[in-house]
Design a protein around this ligand. Sequence first.
Ligand code: PAF
Length: 282
Amino acid sequence: MEIVSTIKEVRDRVKAWRKEGLTVGLVPTMGYLHEGHKSLIDKAVSQNDRVVVSVFVNPMQFGPTEDLASYPRDLDADAKLCEAAGASLIFHPEPEEMYDEGFCSFVDMTGLTEALCGLSRPVHFRGVCTVVNKLFNIVTPDRAYFGEKDAQQLAVVKRMVKDLNMDIEIVGCPIIREADGLAKSSRNTYLSPKSREAALVLSRSIFMAKKMVEDGERDAAKVKKAMRDLIEAEPLATIDYVEIVDVNTMKSIDTIKGEILCAIAVNIGGEARLIDNFMATI
Ligand code: PAF
């Protein structure tokens, strides 16, 4: 497995693979890889001849008060995980390689990005759409892999690919959890032991809501109230949102029916803003 940092190197490798008639999968990441990322790479390796993992902490998707500077980084550990999982190439560019002087073109979206995380992170999805678009143009993959933990991101990327006629299959992969239920996230490393315990309110409220829906509850307000009550009982937790939306529009629904996304974002102890969700078709 090779690690390259320039767009030209990626293009040269992909060109050579294409000449041999090989298929290419892309796993876009911001690094500090964990089992969740590994599941995306495993899936990509099982479906493609070659797999590129991009490791790039994208400045454009962070707001001015967010954690760009402190976002965890460990390229050596990432390389070990990628190599063991069977990836062929890591693309690890510097910000200047991706955004050279005078950069002024963006990919943006309305609607889907104006709910959930888009409300408290107004520049986030413009940054995600722009960088994912650039990565698609650089790697030209057959397939690209995204985690369902970032369910809104997955919906946004699928919509962008459809709207802009990109010939790329987007593959969503299930949430991977710690043994006690907490969804795996690079940001979990921000948590002190006390906050790590408190963070379990996210998965507990998601599991409770899922059970309510499975048991036949169709009143979204009732499910959301039960979730809020559970989360608010944890003193270290501050709710950003608790929502049940139509997964195709990200619009809030009153009756739980169709393809739904139940999603939450919660700040834990002022140390980390964490998200979790479940999706269902009723
Ligand atoms: O999900 C992430 O890690 C990032 O948003 C992504 C898709 C790699 C774009 O920077």
